[in-house]
Design a protein around this ligand. Structure first.
Ligand code: ACO
Length: 330
């Protein structure tokens, strides 16, 4: 039995935050942000809108498009670094309740921007081992909750949103997720970090006063590692599966920075029309970035059944991963 991506869905909050608006918040400029990142806009959740609210809305779309009934879902995996609650309950359990799904396996995973690809690998293993038949995977983030809007080096980069997919058992390899690769190197743990609020530095007045609850990033160092790692990862997964860039219909990289995507695309010789780009309008939405990009392409009518997608991601941990996925909407 093979694991197949049966549907995609996404949710984007309606409120926007443009570069021009950011100019009024921190010492930055529309020109700097566009030139250095390619970002023009990002969407920001309402104050009372949670990660699980966005995840639920994306999941509803994915389930409806999959043609399966909610009761048939036997596992829910939510990839997020901005869960509704610290420690517990998991966002996946909250989403299961909102969807009215009972008795399914439900848990969160934390792999930052690589979360969706990590979730895909778990769903594939669940299905191919025969343990599960229909797995709902979600990447959802309310990054605005952990972004420091006084820090110009990070606040211009991130946005909120959610994407979801239903992965189901299928007997045809041509319709399946061909391969998923995931990896990490914890030696670079301080490149992307929220230092406060965890067991190492539990929430305290000191943590709050030092802004340790917010995301910090060594942007320049991360940039260089990202380009090389993303490129190497793609070369390895293509070689392992005896494929070349020509066999790929769409390259769907993590949407962190246009310059990173452009550099990787050039090294891998992907023509522009094969590279899916949403970074300009959504910014970096971490674990939600790849499923939101797939959904964008699908809703634009560019993604057709049988298209072979190459996913490629990189994020905090550091974590990274890639996947070869046949699009197979029911
Ligand atoms: N507006 C204006 N100037 C700025 C801004 C800003 N928003 N931010 C930084 N600058 C300034 C810096 O202070 C610095 O000034 P200085 O030269 O006077 O010291 C100058 O711009 C250059 O700063 P760099 O950090 O070298 O800029 P760089 O070109 O590297 O761009 C960026 C920064 C956009 C963050 C880039 O490094 C990047 O995209 N990094 C990778 C991000 C990434 O891939 N993250 C992984 C996934 S995220 C996750 O897992 C949650």
């Amino acid at each position: 039995m093979f694991a197949s991506l049966k549907s995609i869905g996404a949710y984007v909050p309606s409120k926007t935050l443009t570069n021009k608006e950011l100019e009024k918040i921190v010492d930055t400029s529309d020109e700097w942000i566009r030139q250095r990142t390619g970002i023009q806009n990002r969407h920001i959740a309402e104050k009372d809108e949670t990660t699980s609210d966005m995840a639920y809305k994306a999941a509803e779309v994915a389930i409806q498009r999959s043609g399966i009934k909610k009761e048939q879902i036997d596992a829910i995996i939510c990839a997020t670094i901005t869960p509704d609650f610290f420690c517990m309950p998991s966002t996946a359990c909250v989403v299961a309740d909102k969807l009215g799904i009972k008795n399914s396996t439900a848990f969160d995973i934390s792999a930052a921007c690589s979360g969706f690809v990590y979730a895909l690998s778990i769903a594939k293993a669940f299905i191919e081992s025969g343990m599960k038949k229909n797995v709902l995977i979600i990447g959802a983030e309310k990054l605005s909750a952990i972004v420091d809007y006084t820090d110009r080096t990070t606040c211009v980069l991130f946005g909120d949103g959610a994407g979801a997919a239903v992965i189901s058992a299928d007997d045809d390899k041509k319709r399946s997720i061909l391969d998923v690769h995931t990896s990490s190197d914890g030696a670079y743990q301080d490149f992307l970090i929220t230092p406060g609020g965890g067991a190492k530095h539990p929430c305290s007045t000191d943590v709050i006063e030092k802004n340790m609850q917010f995301l910090k990033m060594k942007g320049n160092e991360t940039f260089k590692l990202a380009v090389n790692t993303l490129t190497k990862d793609v070369r390895e997964i293509l070689k392992k599966n005896s494929l070349t860039s020509d066999d790929i219909d769409f390259f769907i990289p993590h949407q962190a920075n246009f310059r990173i995507i452009d550099a990787v695309g050039k090294k891998l010789k992907f023509p522009h029309e094969k590279i899916v780009l949403t970074v300009a309008k959504y910014g970096n939405t971490s674990a939600a970035s790849i499923p939101m990009a797939i959904n964008d392409w699908y809703e634009k009518g560019k993604l057709k059944n049988g298209d072979l997608m190459l996913l490629d991601t990189f994020g905090g941990g550091l974590t990274w991963g890639s996947a070869l996925v046949n699009f197979n909407q029911s």
